[in-house]
Structures are given as C-alpha cells and as structure tokens.
Design a protein around this ligand. Structure first.
Ligand SMILES: NC(=[NH2+])NCCC[C@H](N)C(=O)O
Length: 433
C-alpha cells in the first residue's frame, strides 16, 4: 500500500486524494425522536441519499486520483486486534460506554466492530434498555453525520488536526479519524509532530477536563500562507487560538508556511453553523458568499480578527470585513452571490448550501442543483453549468481543460441533513504547495 503524503495548501488546487463517506445503514437507523439531537432536519430516504452520494463520488473521481471512504480506512486500521482493543478502550473513556457494550464490540470480528461503531447497534430486545440512552433505541447509537467528512478532522498543509466536536451527536467521529491517522498502514508514518490540534486524546488521557471545540467546516486553507477560520456556533476562540499558536510555533521554528490566520466572528446560529456555509473559495480570484455577511454597509457584516503567526507571540488586529482583510494579505477575491441579488433567495439558497461549493480544481466546482439563483450568478461569471448526469454521460469532457465549470449534483435527500458538497469531503492532498 502506497503511503499517503498529506498536502493541502489550497482550497482549490487540483484534487488528488479525498475522503468521503457513503451514508450507510446509520442513516436508515435514525428515528424521528433522535433527529434533532443528531443534527438532521429530516429522516432521510437512505437509498436515494446513497444514489446521490454515489453520483457525487463519480464526479470527484473525474478529477481526483483517489476517492476513499472513511469506513474502509477505519476497517483497515482496526484490522490489527491491538488497535481494535485500544480503540474500544478509548471509546469507553470518551463516551462512557457501559461494559456490556464494550464487550459486545470486543467479541465482534474487527471489521464488524468498525462498522458497528459507525452504523450503531440497535437493541434486539427493547425492554432491556438501560438508563444510559433510554431515550434511544440503541445499545450503541449510530453516527449519521460521518457523511460530513469535513468536520471531524482537517488536513492543513502537510499536517492534520483532530477536531473537537461541539455536539454530543458527533463526539465519536474525531476518535475514529485519530485512529486512522495514527494506525492506518498508509498513514501511520505520521507522528505527533504532524498534528496541529488535538483535544480528544488529551481528554481520554485525563490531561484536560473540558475540550474546546473546533470543527472542520470552519477551517479553510485559503492559500499556502493564509488560513481562514470561523469562530462559530461550533468553533471557539480558545480552540482557534490554540491552532494559531501551534502554526505560529511551527513558523518560528522555520518549518511552517502559514503566516496569517483570519478568524471570522460569526453569528451563533444553525443556518451558519460553519464558515463554509457562508463562504467558500472557488477559483484564483473568486469566492462564493452569503452576501449580507460580507458586504460593506450591511447590518450583518462580519468582523474579523487577523492573527499574525510570524513572531514570537501571536499578534492580533481587528478588521471590519473578511474580503478587505484578505485583500490586505494579497488575496483579492471577487464575491459571487449565493442566491443572486434577491434577499429571499439568498436566505433560501444559503440554507440549502448554495455557498458551500467544493472545488475540484481552480474554477471547477460542484454544488447542489437546487440552488438555481446561485447557478445563474456563476453562469454570468463564465462558469459552464452542467448537471452531474450530463458530465458522467460524456467521458470525453475534460474538467481540466482550462474552462470554468459548475457541476450540479442531485441533493433532494442529502441536503436535508444540512450539509453541502464541501461538508462531504476531506481532502488529503491537492497539487502544489
Ligand atoms: N461543514 C459543514 N458545514 N458541515 C455540515 C454538518 C451538518 C451536520 N448535520 C451537523 O449539523 O453537524
């Protein structure tokens, strides 16, 4: 197996290796009573969600060298019995799993244990519910949000971050990712030196009591020098400062490239749970934005704090507008409006992830098809708009021919889980530095 070299110095450079997760039985196991707590806005029709996701993966594969599923990586990492037992012990400490559930997992062959950690294990006998998750119908609850691979871990430059989730619903996910980064045969060459941020392992070891949360949807590697991070409902100032401090130390040691971290002060609300729900970079000189947050004069304009990482201590300055701050750092991005000019469509399309595009290459993006006003804006900016079926039906169409493309992906089911194309991907490597 070829080792994987982490390398993400851009949001838009050509995609080489990316991790996703096909929504499996864990979405079929969700009952209405747990929907809200598990951060979905509806019960998904799993088969349709899987069809949509399969098409999405085919689109990614038109450019990427490898499209990997996190579940396969996890099964491979757990194939070693020692890794499996250590993972179960970590999970017991992290989530307070009862002995009975731990024993159940220990007795399973490793591939089945790995899958069960994701899909969950229903009680086969309802009356035997213990008080520990009485409200649910599971011995081990499913983790349906793993579909949003962006959030539990992030590759930043040639290192990674084991994120710390803000919600109970997703607490298990970073532990899975941490296990993969430490033990998967293609990744175990990585050391603790390659890790920018981690609250989960210190928590398990009892070194910290209350983790500070940081989620991948808030982390954007806007260039090889600038990171933009949302301080949101999900990611805290403390966690972002901790990440900045570790990038700063690396810079000062003469190794790191990142010079600035721009923290965006976001409203704490579900519609804008992560920065990538309102802002994504899509080409060398364009970004997609939810306009009220980025337009001078708007009552909702978001301020930013620019952290300079090049000195012996972090230095902070505050600025009113992200786009102006980025321009000051040499990144001049023209905003394309999610939802066009109409305030109602802006809100509707932002809600269905119209601003959450995923770039396969500079100016080659995927987005949900339902966001039609956003697609019109992109067409006006010179993007050739194609549905994924049109793309997949034409094997000769080369997405890397130098033109700009918007590939619209089907999203009737996927969008109900409140995440878009960028949320569903964790790039491991892109070309260049
Ligand atoms: N990067 C993102 N915007 N991810 C969206 C995650 C959606 C998921 N249901 C959650 O609430 O956590």
């Amino acid at each position: 197996m070829q080792p994987i070299q982490l390398s993400v110095f851009s949001e838009i450079a050509r995609l080489k290796q990316v991790v996703v997760h096909d929504p499996g039985p864990e979405v079929d196991l969700m009952v209405p009573g747990m929907m809200e707590k598990l951060l979905f806005d509806d019960i998904l029709f799993g088969d349709h969600a899987r069809q949509e996701h399969a098409l999405f993966r085919q689109v990614l594969a038109r450019v990427a060298d490898e499209v990997l599923d996190v579940q396969d990586l996890f099964v491979e990492a757990l194939a070693d019995e020692g890794v499996k037992l250590a993972f179960i012990e970590d999970l017991r400490r992290l989530a307070g799993l009862p002995d009975e559930t731990c024993n159940l997992l220990r007795d399973m062959p490793s591939a089945q244990a790995a899958r069960s950690v994701i899909t969950g294990v229903p009680w086969d006998d309802m009356p035997s519910h213990t008080p520990w998750e009485q409200e649910f119908d599971y011995r081990l609850r499913p983790i349906p949000n793993l579909l949003f691979m962006r959030d539990p871990a992030s590759v930043i430059g040639d290192g990674y971050s084991v994120n710390a989730m803000a919600t109970w619903a997703r607490e298990r996910e970073p532990l899975i990712l941490s296990t993969i980064f430490r033990h998967h045969p293609r990744l175990r060459h990585l050391t603790d030196q390659d890790k920018w941020f981690d609250q989960v392992n210190p928590l398990i070891r009892g070194e910290i009591k209350a983790p500070v949360s940081l989620e991948g949807g808030d982390i954007l590697v806007v260039s090889d020098k600038v990171l933009v991070v949302g301080c949101s409902e999900r990611s805290t100032t403390d966690a972002i400062t901790c990440l900045a401090e570790s990038l700063r130390a690396d810079h000062v040691a003469g190794e790191g490239r990142f010079e600035h971290l721009v923290m965006v002060l976001m409203p704490k609300k579900r519609a804008a749970m992560h920065l990538d729900t309102i802002f994504t970079r899509i080409s060398e000189d364009e970004c997609l934005v939810y306009p009220p947050y980025f337009t001078d004069g708007s009552r909702e304009l978001l301020n930013v704090v620019v952290m300079d990482l090049r000195h012996q201590e972090l230095r902070f300055t505050t600025q009113p507008n992200l786009l102006a701050a980025l321009k000051g750092l040499g990144i001049d991005l023209r905003p394309i409006f999610c939802g066009g000019q109409d305030y109602i469509r802006q809100q509707r399309e932002q809600w269905t992830d119209g601003a959450n595009a995923f770039a396969l290459a500079p100016g080659v993006i995927t987005s949900y098809r339902r966001n039609l006003a956003t697609a019109d804006e992109l067409a006006k900016a010179g993007y050739r708009v194609l549905t994924e079926r049109q793309l997949l039906a034409d094997a000769s169409l080369d997405l890397l021919d130098g033109r700009k493309y918007l590939i619209q992906i089907e999203s009737a089911e996927l969008s109900r889980a409140r995440g878009g194309p960028r949320c569903m991907t964790m790039p491991l490597s892109r070309t260049g530095r």
